[in-house]
Design a protein around this ligand. Structure first.
Ligand SMILES: Cc1ncc(C[n+]2csc(CCOP(=O)(O)OP(=O)(O)O)c2C)c(N)n1
Ligand code: SF4
Ligand SMILES: [Mg+2]
Length: 387
């Protein structure tokens, strides 16, 4: 095993997507944020998106630290303001893919107003919300998603408020892509992120995740592994589910899946339409007419698809190579297995011999008994004569 940490970081499969020089990260053992970031990095790699055209924005909180670990242009902005900053970036340069990665306190508590209005406008950004039911970074206070009756530092006798169901909130506000997973559903999270990255419009992905240090400990729910097991056993997959049926009770069932995926003009498309109506087809945004921007978008889409095909082909080749290696390993082990399989047959004579020996011993014992029996009266008679 290498002891060269620098080389280890450089050779990491996440190098180039995450800032490996900033590892180890700050998150607690068992916290769900790490696996979400891993899924995000995987989704970015698979998506084929140009890293130079990707921006990640986070607010403040444990989840807010994500922006500092990704190896793209990123902003760690003020608490609750990740969505307006992302909106500004998208409006300033519509060619960019803009992703907000933040906590539920940041996005739905202090930043709740921004969330609903960006969703209402169908702003073309991706919002990934780590929902751990608490303000992790500041000591585990109650948030707008904390289930009723859960204990937090500000609800020591149990939460008496009614929580938001985030898919329902995003749906009611106008989001056009909505999915929810728990941090154990890593493959689904990756897939949803890939889909959201290419979805046109406001995408919202909620990931239910354990805050081991504060929420789990206060509610005596065990550690991160206990929670992953809980998620495994208590998630109910319902793609296309009515978002009114996605409420979460304290330690109740969690409905997961892709709930909404629909097409609707984005904010910028609505602006374009209005502007064309006012000034005609000569209308330009940042010096480009609509057909010019559309042609560029199409060309970029093709480049993304080509890059994605290369990544997927490499993945396929790697998995085939691994399969061949596994078959070879089994093949080299096979003769040993055959010998092992023949062994019982080889053992048969030994068993027979043992049986023979055993019966011989039994015969010998029997005759010995007979001899003893025969001898016994003599002994008794001898005893008698001695007397
Ligand atoms: C304007 C403002 N108010 C309050 C805070 C304190 N603060 C920092 S992080 C945070 C909560 C973060 O919670 P959440 O978004 O759920 O992220 P988590 O830590 O749980 O990942 C708060 C209240 C702040 N930094 N700025
Ligand atoms: S305090 Fe909670 S949310 Fe923050 S890193 Fe630790 S486990 Fe994660
Ligand atoms: Mg939180």
């Amino acid at each position: 095993m290498t002891t060269d940490i620098g080389k280890f970081k450089h050779d990491s499969p996440m190098s180039g997507v995450l800032r490996m020089e900033r590892m180890p990260h700050i998150w607690c053992p068992g916290c769900g944020i790490g696996s979400e970031v891993n899924a995000f990095a995987e989704a970015i790699k698979r998506s084929g998106i140009d890293h130079n055209k990707l921006v990640v924005v986070s607010g403040i909180g444990c989840t807010g630290r994500v922006a500092g670990y990704v190896d793209f242009d990123s902003i760690h902005t003020t608490h609750g303001r990740a969505i307006p900053v992302a909106t500004g970036i998208k409006l300033a340069n519509p060619e960019l893919t803009v992703v907000v990665f933040s906590g539920e306190g940041d996005l739905v508590g202090i930043g709740g107003n921004h969330l609903i209005h960006a969703a209402r406008r169908n702003m073309d950004i991706v919002v990934i919300c780590n929902n751990n039911f608490t303000y992790g970074m500041t000591g585990g206070q109650v948030t707008p998603t904390t289930p009723t009756s859960a204990i937090t530092s500000t609800t020591p006798y149990g939460n008496y408020e009614y929580p938001f169901s985030l898919p329902l909130l995003a749906d009611a506000a106008g989001a056009t892509y909505i999915a929810r997973w728990t941090s154990v559903n890593v493959r689904n999270i990756t897939q949803s992120m890939e889909e959201a990255l290419v979805h046109k419009g406001f995408s919202f992905i909620e990931i239910i995740s354990p805050c081991t240090t504060l929420y789990l400990r206060r509610n005596r729910l065990g550690d991160g592994v206990d929670m992953l097991q809980y998620y495994q056993e208590n998630t109910v997959l319902k793609h296309g589910c009515d978002t009114r049926e996605t409420a979460i009770d304290f330690q109740g069932k969690i409905v997961v899946g892709k709930f909404v995926d629909k097409a609707k003009p984005t904010y910028l498309e609505a602006v374009d339409k209005c502007a064309v109506r006012l000034v005609g087809d000569d209308y330009q945004l940042y010096g480009k007419t609509i057909p010019e921007r559309e042609a560029e978008e199409k060309a970029e889409k093709e480049r993304v698809a080509a890059r994605r095909a290369v990544v997927l082909a490499a993945e396929q080749a790697a998995s085939e190579k691994a399969a061949v290696k596994a078959v070879k390993k089994v093949a080299t082990k096979a003769p040993v297995k055959k010998v092992a399989a023949k062994k019982p047959a080889a053992k048969k004579p030994a068993v027979k011999a043992a049986a023979k020996k055993a019966s011989a011993t039994a015969v010998a014992r029997k005759s010995a008994v007979k001899v003893v029996a025969k001898k016994a009266p003599a002994t008794a008679a001898a005893k008698k004569t001695r007397k």
